[in-house]
Ligand binder design. Structure first.
Ligand code: PLP
Length: 395
């Protein structure tokens, strides 16, 4: 509680108020309401070690600091750090581990996360194993005496599987491991893992937080001061920091996050039901559908079901490729979370490097199509999908 101008207590600011204001104050020099893009690499000091809190821009930067405080507020975290990409944020959490440490991961991770874990950090002696994290007994059985970290993505990519953050946080605490949740797909507008017992949240701010497909960035948020100090040391030592204009763009995007997420959820809910009723669609994966196996957990773990959908078209891989190439409103592209709708084919695009046998075993069929549902007029989205499905019938 903070005192109002008439001395009365004001309520704690709500999420939308934080999104607009947290971490930002009018520029003291000019009154500019928007945080300036400070294009500077260094800062003039009064005398050695006497400065205004900023000495070199890799170490500390005012536009970045505003963004770090804003994102921390949105995740309900005491501390936030920003990075040049989601992968740089992810890497920082792993760089804090030591050779011999083990990381227990959910098994349908973002492809780049799987790649950096198995192809980069495994070379430095950190061990990674992968379990179906929707199955709590599989998670429990996956711990080893060396497990230092549990890594989750929920909802997952591309099957939108839901795992139970609260229960996995309890398991991790019992095994003296930390829990890190990649919260990119839900965004803090829909899910706040720290409030459910997670120790660390990671974001690709490229996606919903930025929200306009115009910037690449990442963030690490925590309430643990010792962890924050380690990550801050690594941020400066390794140097994967974002530029000032990138920070400004994400800060501007975050202001409308609650509005955009409401629109993404509403449109995705309508598109998911529309696809479910379509005779050429074999299966729809969306946590908002009562038929989704994670629906009950999603109902209390999330305040909305998000903007990501995947579905299976009847027929073969060639038909799925024809369908996604026939869309006019949905753009054929990687990535997600922007205001515009995107469509992709995981088997040939994001997950193309996984051998077919393994893909099928993981439930990722040849005909699976992924949608990032944007905030356009929803009738235009359903009409676009319908006409592309019809067009795909003809080879
Ligand atoms: C995109 C993405 C990342 C990687 O982020 P970049 O900003 O592309 O480096 C990590 N996790 C998830 C879930 C993502 O969607």
């Amino acid at each position: 509680m903070s005192p109002g101008s008439d001395g009365q207590k004001l309520p704690e600011p709500g999420f939308a108020t934080l999104a607009v204001h947290a971490g930002q104050a009018p520029d003291p020099a000019t009154g500019a309401i928007m945080t300036p893009v400070y294009l500077t690499s260094t800062y003039v000091q009064e005398r050695p070690e006497k400065h205004k809190g900023f000495d070199y821009a890799r170490t500390a930067h005012p536009t970045r600091l505003a963004l770090e405080r804003n994102l921390a507020a949105l995740e309900g975290a005491a501390f936030g750090l920003c990075f040049s990409s989601g992968m740089a944020a992810t890497s920082t959490v792993i760089e804090a581990l030591n050779p011999g440490d083990h990381v227990l991961c959910s098994n349908d991770l973002y492809g780049g996360t799987y790649r950096v874990f198995t192809k980069v950090f495994a070379r430095f002696g950190v061990a990674f194993s992968f379990v179906d994290a929707t199955d709590l007994s599989a998670v429990e059985a996956g711990f080893t005496p060396k497990t230092k970290l549990v890594w989750l993505e929920t909802p997952s990519n591309p099957l939108l599987r839901i795992c139970d953050i609260r229960e996995i946080a309890k398991l991790a605490r019992r095994k003296k491991a930390r829990l890190c949740v990649d919260n990119t797909f839900a965004s803090p507008a829909l899910q706040q893992p720290l409030s459910m017992g997670a120790d660390i949240v990671v974001h690709s701010t490229t996606k919903y937080l930025g929200g306009h497909s115009d910037v690449v960035g990442g963030a690490v948020l925590t309430n643990n001061q010792a962890l924050h100090q380690e990550y801050k040391f690594l941020q400066n030592a390794v140097g994967a920091v974002p530029g000032p204009l990138d920070c400004f763009l994400i800060l501007r995007g975050a202001k409308t996050l609650p509005l955009r997420m409401r629109a993404h959820c509403e449109n995705a809910g309508i598109v998911a039901k529309h696809l479910l009723a379509h005779p050429e669609v074999a299966k729809v994966h969306y946590p908002g559908l009562p038929t989704h196996p994670g629906h009950e957990i999603a109902k209390w773990q999330m305040s909305g079901f998000g903007g990501m959908i995947s579905f299976e078209l009847k027929g073969d891989m060639e038909r799925a490729k024809r369908m996604i190439s026939s869309c006019k409103v949905f753009s054929l592209a990687e990535s997600l979370g922007g205001v515009e709708s995107l469509i992709g084919h995981p088997a040939s695009m994001t997950h193309g490097s996984i051998p077919r046998e393994e893909r099928l075993k993981a439930g990722l069929s040849d005909g699976l199509i992924r949608l990032s549902v944007g905030i356009e007029t929803v009738e235009d989205l359903t009409a676009d999908l319908d006409s592309a499905i019809t067009a795909s019938l003809r080879p």
